[in-house]
Design a binder for this molecule. Structure first.
Ligand code: EPU
Length: 311
């Protein structure tokens, strides 16, 4: 497999400038909840804003992709001919104000929700059931149970890797909608949420109830949560289920029996199994339910061409 022609030069330039780690040919599957996929030509774990500035300064000739907690990401078996950027412990910060918290982008959403439970702030309980990072959540407006990040976000600090500029952007300027925003390729560094004071016991009970709900309604195992976005006024899970999709399989990737909008990956599965199954399910739902679903899962790297399935 041909790596990007600039990979070695870029990696060599990054090493002395980055306090975190710089690796060549780093397998990315380990950083995703599907646990499949090939290597990145260069992988950087940044520990500070200076590290991000170094990436902005030195990686201009290569594509850069930010990998949060990889909970919504399918990496191709061939990997990624670019720089995979992850934010390390240095971005796992939390500053608590009276009814606000500034979260670093690498804080996990469940950890963020648990903190709000411990200090008695309401409005962020939904995050307990989303296995992603705060930064990823800000980028894609992650949500559950009718609430999403945009309901509580006040501002986010975003770094433009093209210009190296860090800008504090009010949430109202981020064009938030259902699982979308205008954050785009910018790196979320941190963001502030505003919540409502409430009793610790009450907030913690709500979090526990949501987690219980999740355990009974969604499958365990290796998955990326919902595969498809819900179409307006309907549910992708209901549609895949109605089309008879449960149990459908490509290699080691299978549509969950617990929730039809989840693909669960078994040992020995490849990214291309998941990829083929996603499009097979999409075609099945078009054919039987007349609705074209749009993936919520993001894709990184090149995937094989798939023909439209004749069902
Ligand atoms: N349903 C079926 N069959 C299934 C699954 C669901 O008929 O196999 C029906 C359910 O009975 C229910 C409806 O579909 O009437 C909706 O299902 P559910 O309550 O499970 O919610 P969802 O719309 O499938 C959304 C989010 C989840 C989030 C839950 C809970 C999307 C795409 N999914 O799921 O988010 O956890 O609500 O709030 O918006 C994620 O985004 O990764 C994710 C897991």
């Amino acid at each position: 497999m041909q790596t990007h022609p600039l990979a070695q030069t870029v990696a060599d330039a990054l090493v002395p400038r980055v306090a975190g780690t710089v690796r060549r040919g780093e397998p990315l599957g380990q950083y995703t909840s599907f646990r499949v996929g090939g290597p990145a030509d260069v992988a950087v774990e940044a520990e500070s804003e200076q590290d991000l500035t170094a990436v902005a300064d030195l990686c201009g000739g290569m594509p850069v992709a930010v990998i949060g907690r990889g909970s919504n990401l399918l990496v191709s078996d061939d990997g990624f001919r670019g720089v995979a950027l992850r934010l390390g412990r240095g971005f796992r910060t939390q500053q608590v104000g009276e009814s606000t918290i500034v979260f670093g982008a690498a804080v996990s959403l469940p950890a963020a929700a648990r903190l709000t439970g411990r200090i008695g702030l309401a409005g962020f309980e939904f995050a307990a059931e989303i296995p992603g990072s705060f930064g990823g959540g800000v980028q894609m407006n992650a949500g559950a149970h009718g609430r999403s990040i945009s309901d509580v976000l006040v501002w986010a600090d975003l770094l433009d890797l093209g210009t190296g500029r860090l800008e504090r952007v009010p949430a109202r300027d981020l064009s938030y909608g259902y699982r979308r925003s205008s954050v785009g390729e910018r790196v979320v560094v941190r963001g502030e949420v505003r919540l409502e004071p409430d009793e610790v016991r009450v907030v913690q009970t709500r979090i526990a109830e949501l987690l219980r709900w999740r355990r009974t309604h969604q499958p365990g195992g290796l998955s990326a949560g919902s595969v498809f976005k819900n179409p307006d006024g309907d549910s992708a899970g209901r549609l895949v289920d109605g089309a008879g999709g449960k149990g459908l399989r490509c290699g080691g990737a299978v549509v969950s029996d617990v929730h039809a909008n989840f693909i669960v990956v078994e040992q020995g599965s490849t990214a291309s199994d998941v990829w083929r199954l996603i499009w097979l399910v999409r075609d099945l739902v078009v054919e039987r339910m007349g609705v074209q679903l749009e993936p919520e899962v993001r894709f990184l790297g090149d995937f094989p061409q798939v023909e439209r399935h004749e069902l």
